[in-house]
Write a protein that binds this ligand. Structure first.
Ligand code: SF4
Ligand code: SF4
Length: 144
């Protein structure tokens, strides 16, 4: 039987689209881009509105007001966002790849993204405590 998340992303309704997120919160980390090469580097500096214990946005309905560059993933363009983490459920499904076994839709538990070490829980620092000029000191290699 085909599960709903195994369908092409264009076939998902709004609720299914929202439910596809694995809850890793890697997209709430600040990134730096090399101006010459365009290469993107993830830092461990996270948005201050993220609740790191749950890896959920602390104010999801107002996120666009609070953080103007907060990402909004759209079904038609998500496949072009090559800076998304390689594990991002949207990126995987846009490329017709299966969800990993730790994704809650597969495992049945919201905890497995954390126990598998696939989320940022316990590994980030709030942007309240880091000056933007110092983000480069916090580049990490655990987001690919
Ligand atoms: S990286 Fe993708 S799957 Fe992970 S929290 Fe962000 S949107 Fe959701
Ligand atoms: S406003 Fe919420 S969703 Fe947007 S980057 Fe911050 S924590 Fe993440």
């Amino acid at each position: 039987m085909t599960e709903w998340w195994e369908q092409p992303i264009e076939a998902l309704d709004r609720d299914q689209w929202e439910a596809l997120c694995d809850g890793c919160a890697k997209c709430c980390l600040h990134k730096l881009e090399d101006e010459d090469t365009g290469e993107v580097f993830y830092t461990k500096v996270r948005c201050q509105y993220l609740d790191e214990s749950t890896c959920r946005c602390g104010d999801y309905s107002r996120r666009s007001i609070l953080v103007p560059n907060c990402i909004h993933l759209e079904q038609g363009s998500v496949g072009d966002l090559d800076w998304l983490p390689s594990t991002c459920a949207y990126r995987l499904r846009a490329a017709n790849q299966p969800l990993p076994e730790w994704h809650y839709l597969v495992s049945g538990s919201r905890e497995t993204v954390h126990s598998a070490g696939a989320s940022i829980r316990g590994r980030a620092i709030s942007d309240e405590y880091v000056h933007p000029d110092g983000y480069d000191e916090h580049i990490v290699t655990w987001v690919e």
